[in-house]
Ligand binder design. Sequence first.
Ligand code: HEC
Ligand code: HEC
Length: 326
Amino acid sequence: MKWVVVTVTVIVALVIMGALGVAYHLKTNFPKADPPYNIRVSGTPEQIARGRYLANHVTVCLECHSTRDWAHYSAPPLPGTEGKGGEIFPETAGFPGTLIAPNITPAALGDWTDGEIIRAFTSGVNKNGDPLFPLMPYRAYRNLMPADIDAIVAYVRTLSPIDHIPPRSKLNFPMNLIVRTMPEPYKLPKPVDRSDPIAYGKYLATIAGCATCHTPHDQAQRQPVENMQFAGGFQFQLPSGKTVQSANITPDVETGIGHWKKEYFIGRFRQFAGENAKHILLQDGMNSVMPWTMYAGMTDEDLSAIYDYLQTVAPIRNAVERFAEQ
Ligand code: HEC
Ligand code: HEC
């Protein structure tokens, strides 16, 4: 009997040492990050205008970093809370812990360098070198072209300072360790030719998060399911407890948007433009996580490019009921 006890003890000891070793390795060798970039953005009026457009209508930074108003359709930011932070993404909605969007107004980022802000949203490491969970879409933003990155920083610097310190996110074990492997240094992406609508549409669909929300994700791995790009069926929980699923936006004629004309596609976004659109309400308190009211401010050129690109992706047959009975 004695050898059984000895063997078991040795195995348990090895497992514990192994686990401590892995934890130590993750704590000391990760996250992989560059030193903060040595960039100073001049903040010209053109940069600020471009950044305002992107942060409010394309990359929608202010969707998550403001107070979302769930009483209105697609939960637009409450005026006066732009950049304030404090939105909570709770465990009950399927997140591996409690994620809280930080304040990104100058009241909070005043002592960050431009390079530190850029490193945070393009590679997922904050000023202290701590990893950010990829709900903060740095995996999409690492595709941003340098001019757009500079524009976003220039604009973020102009937000009205709001004194408010939301609590920090808290990830559960083992995600609190795994998250350390997620940030990646920014690599200069291939330049995108704006006069090529398909290439530019692909760029916009990536940085606007269409690709992230419209591709189903493996819940455990938090990775997009292979060969299902834009096929929809990613499920989101609303604060009311109801769920909504992203639509199939591949060009499949029956289950996707293959039969949509360009004018109809653009019109679907435009219907959410203006103050009145906020008051469109679905039955029974149903709402959507898709920030339609923010995207409604995209230019015709940009929506048209996204449409052109989406018509070129692989059609996938996948019937999704966006607002299933519940
Ligand atoms: C889908 C929601 C979402 C969007 C969109 C988003 N963020 Fe974030 N952001 C977060 C969350 C959540 C965190 C905190 C992550 C964590 O604690 O791990 C965060 C963290 C940050 C941080 C780090 C701040 C700190 O104090 O550590 C910065 C800077 C930031 N975001 C800037 C931006 C910018 C700029 C954009 C747009 C280009 C943007 N974010 C878009 C959700 C979002
Ligand atoms: C935060 C997640 C999220 C993001 C980001 C997002 N969507 Fe959606 N989208 C959804 C969900 C959920 C639905 C289904 C509910 C609804 O119609 O709002 C949807 C619905 C749609 C529909 C309606 C399809 C139909 O049958 O009526 C279209 C078109 C669409 N999205 C396109 C886009 C495009 C283009 C982008 C990027 C500019 C985008 N979405 C970004 C979550 C998202």
